[in-house]
Design a protein around this ligand. Structure first.
Ligand code: PGA
Length: 240
């Protein structure tokens, strides 16, 4: 694993942007695997700014997102489909039909997982952007998720519900279930870029880099990926 430690969140975002832009420039039809959460916001702001001022085009780019809450759709400002439109896609010239995210409103969730897996088989991520949960999850693959997992419905861990409650009016409003790419789908990416900032992530980052490869810390599977880059600020790197 390649590790880049930056002084600040801004520098972490800049470094992530440099890596993602290189993929887009090298292949204008690249598949970007994207993440939600607060961590990649600085990266997305830079992509938007670079498109606006620098003219980098996303017309041929395709995207797949990691996860979505069950029960939320484009009409909810807490859904991840809404988040992606608001924070990235509406600022780019990307075609909406080229952006993919599991449908949290699907009437048959098992069929939706199967559909998303079939789609991912045809869309290998040229780069997969990831954040990390304070419990070491990646996407919504909570501790204990098998490394061989594909897209599935997950019951969110109590710690994840607490972490995400800050984004909802009340903790009770945080959905208890989500659809998530599995660890196998993430490991299928040609390249992985995992970002972390802040002291709250230090323990998980330490486990990711130095810990045993164990399903108890899902991110540790990335130690087995042939092309994984971790970009962390000093606070998140403080236990390394
Ligand atoms: P965050 O979430 O970017 O909001 O910290 C990361 C995650 O839970 O994967």
């Amino acid at each position: 694993m390649k590790i880049v430690i930056t002084k600040s969140y801004e520098e972490m975002s800049e470094e992530a942007f440099r890596l993602v832009k290189a993929v887009v420039k090298e292949n204008p039809e690249a598949v970007l695997g994207l993440a939600t959460g607060t961590t990649p916001l600085g990266l997305y702001a830079r992509m938007a700014e670079d498109h606006r001022r620098g003219g980098t085009s996303y017309r041929g780019i395709r995207t797949v997102n990691l996860d979505e809450y069950v029960g939320l759709g484009p009409g909810s400002d807490q859904s991840y489909v809404y988040f992606m439109r608001k924070n990235l896609f509406s600022h780019l010239d990307i075609l909406p039909e080229n952006t993919h995210i599991a449908n949290g409103l699907a009437p048959d969730l098992a069929e939706e997982c199967a559909r998303y897996n079939r789609l991912l088989e045809t869309m290998q991520q040229d780069i997969q952007v990831l954040g990390i949960g304070s419990n070491g999850h990646i996407a919504f693959n909570e501790p204990g998720t098998p490394f061989g997992s594909e897209t599935h419905v997950v019951a969110l861990a109590e710690s994840t519900i607490r972490d995400n409650a800050r984004l909802f009016a009340r903790e009770e409003d945080v959905p208890r279930k989500a659809l998530t790419m599995g660890l196998k789908n993430i490991m299928h990416a040609r390249r992985v870029l995992i970002l972390a900032n802040g002291a709250g992530k230090a323990k998980a980052v330490c486990g990711l880099v130095r810990g045993a490869v164990t399903e108890q810390l899902p991110a540790s599977v990335l130690q087995l990926h042939p092309d994984c880059t971790l970009v962390v600020d000093e606070a998140a790197a403080s236990l390394l």
